[in-house]
Design a protein around this ligand. Structure first.
Ligand SMILES: [Zn+2]
Length: 489
């Protein structure tokens, strides 16, 4: 493909191809990804004929041939004679947005209807699984390992509309509860296990973390995309003080929106300070001089002033810049590493050093996700050695969400006989069937005898407390007690 790149560059140089760019954008004529090729040119007849000629040259030189059935040409809405222009290339025309691997690529906010491909995919999968007679645990695993992964892929590429995410969530929740009553809300299920969920991740939070990942790619630079975005939107200004405006793309607005989060999660490490704006980049303990001192005077704020002004021979020399003397303490705390190839940002969310300083999706997700109080009772649910079905039964019991006959009637579900299914004497409730019924009493008595504690009570919390209070009997005993409790339920 290097031959193709040479031919394109030559055609641009001779003026036979005009790249798509405006003002000071760096001209990008084409992008190559694996065996896919995207070309961006002005659709003049001469330009299209030149491109067709280049494709023929490539074919005769390397044997690489364009698959015309899989290729598409897209024109802007202002372009006329689209069919005639498409015929020059011999490629079918299609309408924007471009779809790559099913994902719509658009500079505007993706609309719900643009993302119907994802909703259709989820719908197809859950309809196929419904006939498989899967357990509750099996359905959770499929959502986690298939649907969440595909949704994650989409979220890495575009900012999915909230409406689309809600529709995917609804399909997953209905599949999980087989279209029936939702005993536990989807929001509750999408929490970490220690916080009362089943460990699914909410797509809305994955969406936010994915947007932060994209922002990191922009901030850390070093890619064609980051350079292009910087040149188009930041220009000669500074990213950290850039004001959003209507000319900014959705992606850049998203990047700007996350500046506050980034200030708390990144740190500047300097080689010589030449790539760091002295006043505006947040290089002093996650703050900029502007944050600490307020606006500089006209004399202080000389354009292009970098931290190299106060670094000499790999050490801080704040006295070499007289206006920063009072900030000496702050400045000396910033890091200089002369071994680096250039100044760089390192990813270091508070209390979660990543070691390499590279972005980590997990720590980013933990940084932005909503947290809930930890509950140690859940360690009695997710203990090893238990079938998933048993774990989920204890989980629902802890939440008080098992569908006993009293709860079914309270939801308006017709229940012919409200009496306990075991003794047929008392009304069936969670409290009765698990703790008061004769059979339940016998089970807990037997467990009490084997474990050597009084493993009975009026609710699951009482029994958990008794077992936890006896934890001093050793790890093996505690593990056995947890399994016995769960198995009894
Ligand atoms: Zn009973």
């Amino acid at each position: 493909m290097e031959y193709f790149t040479c031919l394109m560059d030559l055609a641009v140089h001779r003026g036979r191809l005009v790249p798509l760019f405006r003002r000071m954008d760096p001209p990008v004529t084409h992008l190559i990804y694996a065996d896919d090729l995207l070309v961006f040119i002005q659709p003049s007849t001469e330009g299209l004929q030149t491109l067709a000629g280049i494709m023929e040259d490539l074919k005769s030189f390397s044997g690489l041939q364009m698959n015309r059935d899989k290729s598409r040409v897209y024109f802007s809405s202002r372009c006329s004679q689209k069919e005639e222009r498409a015929d020059v290339l011999g490629i079918a025309r299609s309408d924007l947005p471009v779809r790559y691997l099913g994902v719509p690529l658009t500079v505007n906010y993706a609309r719900d209807q643009d993302c119907h491909g994802l909703v259709e995919y989820v719908q197809r999968r859950v309809e196929g699984w419904q006939a498989a007679g899967l357990s509750f645990g099996g359905r959770i695993e499929l959502i986690r390992s298939v649907i969440s992964v595909v949704a994650h892929f989409w979220l890495q590429s575009i900012l999915l509309p909230v409406a689309t995410i809600r529709r995917v969530d609804r399909l997953c929740a209905d599949f999980l509860w087989r279209g029936g009553m939702h005993a536990v809300s989807w929001e509750q299920l999408c929490r970490p296990r220690k916080e009362g969920g089943v460990g699914l991740r909410p797509l809305l939070e994955i969406r936010e973390a994915s947007a932060l990942k994209l922002s990191w790619r922009f901030i850390s630079g070093g890619s064609l995309w980051a350079d292009w975005m910087h040149s188009r939107y930041v220009k000669q200004g500074n990213f950290w003080t850039c004001t959003p405006d209507n000319n900014h793309s959705v992606t850049f607005k998203t990047v700007l929106r996350h500046r506050g989060v980034f200030k708390s999660a990144i740190r500047r490490v300097m080689k010589d300070g030449s790539g760091t704006d002295l006043w505006r980049d947040p290089w002093i303990d996650r703050r900029s001089l502007l944050d600490i001192r307020g606006s500089p005077t006209h004399q202080e704020d000389r354009r292009g002033l970098t931290c190299s002004r106060i670094i000499r021979d790999g050490e801080w020399r704040p006295e070499s810049y007289r206006y920063t003397e009072e900030l000496g303490g702050f400045i000396m705390s910033a890091i200089i590493d002369p071994a680096l190839p250039a100044d760089r940002w390192i990813w270091e969310p508070t209390g979660a050093s990543t070691g390499t300083g590279e972005f980590q999706f997990r720590s980013c997700y933990n940084l932005i996700r909503r947290t809930f109080p930890l509950c140690s009772d859940y360690e009695f649910v997710w203990c090893k050695g238990l079938a998933r079905k048993t774990q989920l039964c204890v989980y629902k019991l802890l939440l008080g969400r098992l569908l006993t006959r009293d709860r079914l009637s309270s939801f308006g579900v017709p229940v012919p006989d409200p009496k306990c299914v075991l003794c047929c004497l008392e009304p069936e409730s969670i409290k009765h069937i698990f703790f008061e019924c004769n059979l339940a009493w016998q089970i807990w008595s037997e467990q009490s005898r084997v474990l050597g504690v009084c493993a009975s009570g009026k609710c699951i919390g009482d029994i958990i407390s008794v077992i936890r209070d006896s934890r001093g009997r050793g790890q093996d005993w505690f593990r056995t007690a947890r399994v016995r409790l769960a198995a009894s339920v």
